[in-house]
Ligand binder design. Structure first.
Ligand SMILES: *Cc1c(COP(=O)(O)O)cnc(C)c1O
Ligand code: SF4
Length: 398
């Protein structure tokens, strides 16, 4: 049964939680995570949220005190709260949804590994995370203890990588690899470093956002030790909203950079959270201030119970169109759709190209700055490429 707390009780409960957590200690945050129905102590829940917590068909509900501290206890539209607290739309399975829309299992040669592209693999290293994001696209596995990867299973996956010489780049994901112990991370990175054909390793982690204190000195020393001539370590994290760009988060990013790790961001486009051009622009400006480059902006996957988060495809393109010209190019993500059915990722971008006029060898473009049509010319005598035809009346954008 859900209990109900008053305004005052919620404020007191939050204060107590934040006081009993050793604030810069990641272990203390993990021990004090707020789970499931206990959310009612820290949020004035709506009916929809109560139903969501009780009947979600998605992953477990859990947040670190740190991430919870960024959320609003009384506003159900708070973007951080929407990523922590389920609502009733998470209890509905829509006909187009499936647990594994990207066919990660079909493309799995051994447990925990997805091998879709010849030169890169995705390693599911761990089922657990610091916060269980409501929009997680890998909800079929994340948070389920049945999905725990034993050391033996990781050994089998690493063996596959070792004997498959086409693999140059290993994306370590989960779950969250940084929720593994330091010892286990040390071991995985050491194994990858010892494989001559593996040149790149990417840590997919949301800890800089949800538990920045996890990026502590001991971890950074381990990462730096394996970031060598043989192996280059990258980190892709997932900031989705400007509220997540805190001084603690920046501190974590700077520690990764000091360990020689290149950090990029993979945001997820989420209805009611960041599906607005100005929010996305501010997010990416703040990320650049934290020295994080934009990498991807993901269109949400067709996973069970995701209808509350999905946006029209045109929204992502509109956002990218808006950003061009207003921020450095390194702050503009590529809008990506990971195609259902195991088709891999494709990028979608606004079409600035209007077409070609053969008689004058003229290419027409619409400018992101002036909004007007601008021309450039094809070199004389080139017949190699065929372009769509430009018609004068196509006009620019206003
Ligand atoms: C996303 C993904 C990758 C990495 O893709 P990049 O475009 O290189 O970032 C690799 N394997 C699988 C299965 C993926 O889904
Ligand atoms: S941290 Fe990543 S894997 Fe974990 S719940 Fe969030 S989105 Fe999913």
């Amino acid at each position: 049964m859900l209990s109900f707390s008053s305004h005052e009780e919620i404020i007191t409960n939050r204060k107590e939680l934040f006081e009993r957590t050793k604030w810069t200690d990641a272990t203390s945050h993990l021990q004090n995570r707020v789970k499931g129905e206990d959310l009612s102590k820290y949020f004035l829940l709506t009916d929809s949220e109560k139903i969501g917590i009780r009947d979600t068909i998605r992953l477990n509900v859990s947040s670190t005190p740190y991430y919870l501290s960024l959320s609003d206890p009384f506003d159900p539209d708070c973007p951080i709260r929407r990523m922590i607290v389920p609502n009733s739309s998470e209890t509905v399975l829509s006909p187009e949804e499936s647990p594994d829309p990207l066919h990660e299992e079909r493309l799995s040669p051994v447990r925990g590994l997805t091998h879709m592209y010849p030169n890169r693999v995705l390693l599911f290293s761990n089922h657990s995370c610091s916060v269980y994001c409501r929009h997680c696209m890998r909800g079929r596995k994340v948070s389920a203890s049945s999905e725990r990867m034993s050391k033996e299973e990781l050994e089998v996956a690493i063996d596959y990588i070792r004997k498959t010489e086409s693999i140059e780049d290993v994306v370590i994901s989960g779950g969250d690899p940084l929720n593994l112990s330091d010892t286990r991370i040390d071991w995985i990175l050491g194994e990858l470093e010892s494989i001559p054909h593996v040149k790149i390793c990417r840590l997919g982690t949301r800890n800089p956002v949800t538990l920045p204190f996890r990026i502590n000195q001991a971890l950074c020393e381990i990462i730096e030790k394996h970031n060598t001539d043989r192996l280059s370590i990258f980190c892709n994290t997932q900031f989705n909203h400007p509220k997540e760009c805190t001084p603690d988060a920046k501190h974590a990013i700077l520690a990764l950079l000091k360990a020689g790790v290149s950090v990029g961001n993979q945001a997820v486009l989420l209805k009611g959270i960041n599906d607005d051009p100005e929010t996305m622009l501010v997010l990416h400006k703040k990320l650049l201030e934290m020295r994080v480059r934009a990498y991807y902006l993901y269109d949400p996957e067709l996973i069970p119970g995701s209808r509350g988060f999905r946006t029209p495809l045109g929204k992502g393109i509109e956002i990218i169109r808006y950003m061009r010209g207003k921020i450095a190019g390194m702050g503009i993500p590529q809008f990506v759709n990971d195609l259902p059915g195991g088709g891999g990722k494709i990028t979608l971008s606004p079409d600035w190209y209007l077409g070609y006029e053969k008689s004058t060898r003229k290419h027409a473009f619409v400018s992101a700055v002036t909004g007007k049509i601008h021309y450039s010319f094809e070199p004389e005598g080139s017949e190699e490429f065929v372009y769509k035809e430009f018609q004068e009346d196509m006009g620019g954008m206003d």
